[in-house]
Design a protein around this ligand. Sequence first.
Ligand SMILES: O=C(O)C[C@@H](Cc1ccccc1)[C@H](O)SCc1ccccc1
Ligand SMILES: [Zn+2]
Length: 156
Amino acid sequence: IQTAPIAITGDPVLYQKAAPVIAFDVALHNLTQTLMATMLQARGVGIAAPQIGVSQRLFIVASRPNERYPDAPLMEPMVMVNPVLLSGSSEWELGEEGCLSVPGKRLSIARHLWIDAQWQDLQGNTHSGRLHGFVARIFQHELDHLDGITLIERIT
Ligand SMILES: O=C(O)C[C@@H](Cc1ccccc1)[C@H](O)SCc1ccccc1
Ligand SMILES: [Zn+2]
């Protein structure tokens, strides 16, 4: 399966508002496979379509225990199409974040402790649920990518 180059700071695609996905077709499946392979190769715990140059509202959340978040859950990667943050906890939590598009940076970012999210799967079915902790953090980080926001914009 093909991987794709990851766009890094300065690439305009990272600063655009991504377009909603409307076609739940084979092209979407192929894009998702490329996105997944690229994330795995880069040892990421998430990745958004704009990071491989595709300005579409699609990302993957794939939490796993790691040195910064040893108690992060090991989860089946979740493909989230047209994700929406419905609401977030009033409590925020500071946490270290990295970004595949901002190489070598580790920045402390405040995120909602939990969020209520809605998204579609690859078949176009709508799901919703409450995400907590590191998984909620990754969702919020990836959603920023769909809105043209990277870690650098988040701290300024
Ligand atoms: O650039 C990305 O979207 C991948 C991010 C996802 C992430 C967001 C917030 C907090 C942690 C990760 C990752 O930097 S991929 C690298 C990584 C892996 C494990 C833990 C932290 C960072
Ligand atoms: Zn990122």
